[in-house]
Write a protein that binds this ligand. Structure first.
Ligand SMILES: O=P(O)(O)OC[C@H]1O[C@H](O[C@H]2O[C@H](CO)[C@@H](O)[C@H](O)[C@H]2O)[C@H](O)[C@@H](O)[C@@H]1O
Length: 212
């Protein structure tokens, strides 16, 4: 991370939505199913618990790119998203505030994700504006998450952040979620044959839950 150029870290997708509790719960379940969660190894939490915690909350979804939305391949230029995954991200972004947080350049991740700069979705009349988020001091994904939470007013007990990532750079983001006093959960999951971690945080005043 220390060797990364400052402008390598971006969050590139964002939308806004108001949804009711029932829709919210079923959307979380659906999103987890769609990213092909095949295994949850945490002994502390089940996806049922996560979806229960989602009730009444506004979900904010943060997604890593390489290894999470795309498979890990030898040639970084060939790390394409499947059309199914692209559709899933598009669907998720219609419902949740959704950001892709990647170590790649914004240009490169746009080439892969192919989300247009301004997008109008049917069912909720949503408006996805792709933001070029460049915090002053972009050193790691933790700072990107902190910036997004602060700038977009997500530091609220009504927000349930979900971050899905697969490598050590994502640990910086996970750490921020913990430090923000979210009670959080962590599961190791498989996306296809690739191991990822999913972290879900729930803000509760003064409380923090340590996990394995
Ligand atoms: O933050 P991410 O979206 O996970 O991006 C991190 C790096 O991803 C790319 O490298 C990784 O994926 C490649 C393609 O599957 C793989 O060949 C490589 O071994 C992985 O480290 C990308 O090339 C880097 O620039 C990103 O920093």
């Amino acid at each position: 991370m220390a060797n990364r150029a400052k402008d390598e870290m971006y969050a590139v997708g964002w939308c806004h939505a108001d949804i009711d509790n029932t829709t919210c719960k079923s959307c979380v379940t659906d999103a987890l199913r769609k990213v092909k969660v095949t295994q949850c190894t945490s002994t502390l939490v089940s996806f049922d618990e996560i979806t229960s915690n989602a009730q009444g909350k506004k979900i904010a979804l943060f997604l890593d790119y390489d290894g999470t939305l795309s498979p890990i391949v030898n040639n970084p230029e060939m790390a394409f998203m499947s059309p199914e995954m692209r559709g899933t991200v598009r669907d998720a972004a219609k419902i949740f505030p959704t950001a892709i947080v990647t170590g790649r350049s914004r240009r490169k991740v746009f080439e892969f994700v192919k989300l247009v700069e301004r997008y109008y979705a049917g069912c909720h009349g949503l408006d996805i504006t792709v933001l070029k988020v460049r915090p002053e001091d972009v050193a790691d994904k933790g700072k990107v998450i902190k910036y997004l939470i602060g700038t977009l007013g997500l530091n609220d007990s009504n927000v349930l952040p979900i971050y899905i990532g697969d490598d050590e750079t994502d640990e910086y983001a996970f750490k921020v979620l913990r430090e923000q006093k979210w009670v959080w959960y962590r599961c190791n999951i498989c996306i296809g044959n690739h191991q990822c971690a999913i972290e879900v945080g729930v803000i509760r005043s003064g409380a923090e839950q340590e996990v394995a």
